[in-house]
Design a protein around this ligand. Structure first.
Ligand SMILES: Cc1ncc(COP(=O)(O)O)c(C=O)c1O
Length: 418
């Protein structure tokens, strides 16, 4: 395997282009590199040809991003009627969509069944009964189900979804008894899904997870008496946000996955193998551009107050993490200054980065917050303090395409009483 080809290429766009972009579309603005995200998908497909990669729209539900990823082979994992609608609108075939989520509404299940999704990932007995009832009502013969399992794994990650009591899925030790006693007519058990954690950077753990999930799927299909059609390993591949974090060792991941699939080849045959990824497919392909509005000094600290921050980017405050921040088009001085880079809302939580080394930045300068392609726009507090919503732009070899226009504050405030 060519290791270089397997690594996602981080966002690398010349400063002049970013400066022009900020002029043209205003700030704050998200910019995504289509080449970078499609290359990431292709590298994964080459490294794990046996796997179907599904894009988790929650990371970034922009329809143009979903379409770009789908065109190079990524399918779609959705968790709401809105995301399902986006995926269909992006051109994803219903047979390449799975619907996941701990409490889907009747309307969402109805839409999923009518759209002919490949599978619904069932997370409780109540949900299976609702699907059974709806399928009869709609007149659908069979709905394929994957059972989400809450295993006893202990991932080394920030956001862990398995191990203890959980709202997600069936407890591993109870699933056979709980689901086994149901009298299913329209629901067809076809496999399992185990989404264990997000932001996992340990390839060894991800390989061990694959082994755990395949083995569990084979055991449950025997014990519960269903034909194994699909194994969904969840997702959670991480990206390094800070210098203390190392990138996922994809070469090890690919080799380890191949070994697991070879070991289980007699059981896996034509079984569909799924990995659902959000962050890994888009995080490093996106940047948030913000403009410095004020430079202030207070008690030994220098503050850059920008037009970005919580309303368009909550990750640093919400996840207590930092993103690489860079001054665009500002020549580095001999010695960097250290800045508190923040937004302009009225809360000290509104911090994009603390002690950020930057050259001598001035009011009006442009900053790039990197690795902002995932859980950026989609996880923002867009209405906080009634600012404009940021625009989103796709960068292509041919130029740039506006993929979500800026929403001026006039269009998002509601001043007319009924
Ligand atoms: C069920 C499910 N699948 C996929 C994802 C995507 O995770 P990530 O962005 O870490 O790959 C999530 C994230 O929470 C999830 O809950």
């Amino acid at each position: 395997m060519d290791e270089g080809a397997a690594l996602p290429r981080p966002f690398a766009v010349p400063d002049e282009r970013l400066l022009r972009l900020a002029e043209e579309y205003g700030t704050p603005v998200y910019a995504y590199s289509r080449e970078s995200m499609t290359r990431t998908v292709q590298a994964l497909q080459e490294g794990m040809p046996r796997v179907d990669f599904f894009y988790s729209l929650k990371a970034n539900p922009n329809v143009h991003i979903c379409r770009a990823l789908n065109r190079c082979g990524a399918k779609a994992e959705v968790s709401s009627a809105g995301e399902l609608t986006v995926a269909l609108e992006a051109g994803v075939d219903g047979r390449d969509i799975i619907f996941v989520g701990p409490a889907k509404t009747r309307e969402e299940l109805d839409l999923a069944i009518r759209s002919g999704v490949y599978a619904i990932v069932a997370e409780s007995v109540g949900e299976i009964l609702a699907i059974e009832d709806l399928a009869k009502h709609i007149g659908v013969e069979a709905v394929r189900l994957l059972l989400r399992i809450n295993t006893s794994e202990e991932p080394d990650a920030t956001e862990i979804m398995v191990g203890g009591p959980s709202r997600f899925g069936f407890d591993q030790e109870c699933v056979a008894a709980e689901v086994g006693e149901l009298d299913l007519d329209r629901c067809r058990l076809a496999g399992i899904q185990v989404y264990s954690a997000s932001q996992v950077l340990d390839a060894g753990w991800l390989v061990a997870h694959m082994e755990t999930v395949v083995s569990l799927a084979v055991d449950l299909s025997c014990e519960m008496g269903f034909d194994l059609e699909c194994v969904d390993f969840g997702g959670g591949y991480g990206v390094p946000y800070t210098e203390q974090e190392s990138p996922l060792d994809v070469a090890n991941l690919f080799d380890g996955a191949a070994a697991v699939f070879a070991k289980w080849s007699d059981k896996l045959g034509s079984v569909r193998l799924i990995v659902e990824l959000g962050r890994y497919l888009v995080a490093e392909s996106g940047v948030l551009l913000v403009r410095v509005l004020r430079v202030k000094e207070s008690r030994g600290k220098r503050f850059l107050i920008t037009d970005g921050g919580l309303p368009c980017f909550t990750r640093p405050a919400f996840m207590h993490t930092s993103h690489p921040i860079r001054a665009v088009g500002v020549r580095p001085g001999a010695v960097p200054n250290y800045f508190e880079v923040c937004g302009r809302t009225c809360t000290p939580l509104d911090l994009l980065g603390s002690d950020v080394p930057l050259p001598d930045v001035d009011e009006g300068d442009l900053l790039a917050v990197h690795k902002a392609g995932a859980y950026g726009f989609s996880m923002s507090m867009l209405n906080f303090m009634s600012f404009d919503w940021p625009a989103e732009v796709m960068l292509t070899a041919e130029g740039s395409q506006l993929i979500r226009p800026r929403q001026p504050y006039q269009s998002v405030i509601s001043v007319q009483l009924p």
